[in-house]
Write a protein that binds this ligand. Structure first.
Ligand code: CDP
Length: 221
């Protein structure tokens, strides 16, 4: 373990800004970046395309193991098809939180997540980065914000992309997803042992990134 590249694990609920913060921290440090949620979204999309029942854990596990996934220059490819935009749809996010309940799916995605740990280091974002996938991470951050602040951020993101949305629907979906992610038996969303909580409702992205970098520097020192 000692010689493996360092990992910064950033977990948190939906729309907490962890993806933005994690990718900027990775960029500043010259580290690799793992968006583990994208993997669950890929399984959600592939299972929808293949009409696999989202309740059928064993079949979803087999599908997840067979997926040909690649991340290239900001693009996400599934069996050579560019699905970067398709996996970001709200219905795919909701389906992802359903298929993520199955231990078979989580198990199937384990080795691909570990394969991102490459020198000089990795910033990994998700729900169980600190608790299950990289429990020996040098820094563990639980990034959160109030449900209202998160719904508003998601709303602005969608509107900026020209996708119409309703704030109250987003808030409802987000609370539903929080409840499912936190209450599941397999790798629930939680503040891992030794994790530092970063409440970002009142913070800018730059302030959140700076806080994580400062915490990392003090751990690394
Ligand atoms: O964009 P958002 O933060 O809502 O979600 P995401 O990070 O793209 O993840 C989509 C869904 O995948 C989440 O609601 C979780 O249920 C699931 N997920 C998970 O179970 N474990 C992870 N490490 C990452 C995501």
């Amino acid at each position: 373990m000692k010689n493996l590249p360092p990992v910064i694990a950033i977990d948190g609920p939906t729309a907490s800004g962890k993806g933005t913060v994690a990718s900027l921290v990775a960029e500043k440090l010259g580290f690799h970046y793992l968006d583990s949620g994208a993997l669950y979204r890929l399984v959600a999309l592939a299972s929808q395309n293949a009409s696999v029942d989202p309740q059928n854990g064993p079949e979803l596990g087999i599908l997840a193991k067979k997926l040909a996934i690649s991340f290239k220059n900001g693009q996400i490819l599934l069996n050579s098809e560019d699905v970067t935009e398709a996996i970001r749809k709200e219905n795919i996010g909701l389906r992802a939180s359903v298929i993520a309940l199955h231990p078979e799916v989580r198990e199937a995605l384990m080795s691909v997540q570990h394969s991102f740990r490459v020198a000089p280091g990795l910033v990994a974002d998700g729900r169980d980065m600190a608790s299950v996938i990289f429990p020996e991470a040098v820094l563990k951050v639980f990034l959160t914000a109030t449900a209202e602040a998160r719904a508003e951020r998601r709303y602005k993101q969608l509107i900026a992309k020209g996708i119409s949305a309703k704030l109250e629907n987003l808030l409802h979906d987000l609370q539903e997803r929080d409840a499912r992610d936190s209450s599941r038996g397999a790798a629930p969303l939680l503040v891992a042992d030794g994790a530092k909580v970063l409440e970002t409702s009142e913070l800018s992205i730059d302030q959140a990134v700076k806080t994580v970098l400062d915490w990392y520097q003090s751990k690394a020192a």
